[in-house]
Design a protein around this ligand. Sequence first.
Ligand SMILES: [Zn+2]
Length: 159
Amino acid sequence: MTALTERPLSIQGERHQREPVPLATDGDVDAYVDGASDGVLACRARGRHLFAPPDRTRLVFDDITDDDLLVRHVQCQSCGLAWFRELWDTVGRGRNQRVEFIDGRLEYRPDPRTGERYQSPPGRGRMTPRQVRGSMATAALAGQSIARIKAQLRAARQP
Ligand SMILES: [Zn+2]
């Protein structure tokens, strides 16, 4: 059995080692939102991917590591560009054999058909879900007068 430190770092572990990345500008976020697919925007606005938990009746491993851990890749059901790479160990023998989840990490792959990428181009800064939601909402309101919307809402409030 290999020491735990030789295994890939968890998402949290990687985050602590990274240099702080500045926030993306509103213009960069707008450009990203403008070109992103609906599934990608849903993950960006939610700040989380949607990975299905293990199926109760069927589990498919697609690789094995040098130290004999089983590997499973799970694709995000929303964006389709994020994959969760899971490492599973086996314990016990025969009828007592079990599989145990050891570690997982995010991987991103471009869409093979469109070339779309989840991550913004390098050097553009980090996008927060709040920024993405703001950009999406602003785009949805394009061409409408916010002053008029406010006036209508105020008028509707009066008895
Ligand atoms: Zn996703």
